[in-house]
Design a protein around this ligand. Sequence first.
Ligand code: ADE
Ligand code: ZN
Length: 314
Amino acid sequence: MSEVLKKPKAELHMHLEGSLEPEMLFKLAKRNNISLKHNSVAELKQAYKFNNLQEFLDIYYQGMSVLQTEQDFFDLTYAYLEKSHQDNVVFSEMFFDPQAHLERGIKLATVFNGITQAITQAKTTLNITASLIPCFLRHLSEDNALHTFDLLMDHRDKFIGIGLDSSELGNPPSKFKRLFDKARNEKLRLVAHAGEEGPASYVWEAIDILGIERIDHGNSILTDETLIKRIAKDKIGLTMCPLSNQCLQVVSDLQNHQALTLLNQGVKVTLNSDDPAYFGGYVNANYQALIDELKLTDQEVSHLIQNSLDVKFV
Ligand code: ADE
Ligand code: ZN
């Protein structure tokens, strides 16, 4: 691991449910009496081979079925914060998917209580400042999102913004205009996944129609010069996730990853882990992968780390 990775950094794109390691998944299944499709950790890991985003999401939503109690959400969150502490993360703005838990009959209070207790404990024990950004599932309707938004507002003091995730193709940002207008009125910070599998036009929509402040992924902006200039000029952060992109075949090879080209064009690129338990590594492994494959210099790595601190919300 490169020395430069010891610098304090922020992680801005990590789904808590995607930090559920296979070992913990089996432990929680046992604790909660839930039967699983796979018979062992090794068998489950064998299933972690994805041709695209949807194949991953199907397994990811299945995996989170073991999360049932406050203790489960505490254990999940605290384990992630310990791992990120080892990577010198000092700020983490963590995603979670409220609708995926409500759909399974889990109350928002259960989710929030478990996660926020872990955040409070980690502040003291690990000196990490962690915040929450609930993401809305774009494959569901806007009405479902608006209803969930009302439920979330009972916990307004426990999160800093909202995001948009799940199946991108066929679910453009414009589908959620009313939701993002409502969130802006509540002074929430706004982010959205865009340009992961979707075209650059989805990124334009996220900026111009939803008014987002950071783009999650944004790989496809490389196809649109005007868009790159706009994102650079407005200092809109791009939370890129190299190992995720490799696993979901968003890029054919890490040597073709867009991060360095965009950084050199003045875009506020940051590196993040997305779903570390599924994609083979936490945040520093994502930096190291690009150090190895794109031959990033220490100066470029420092620039990426500084960007993470510049575009964090908290
Ligand atoms: N949910 C969890 N990980 C995701 C990703 N990479 N893209 C969209 N939705 C997600
Ligand atoms: Zn993501």
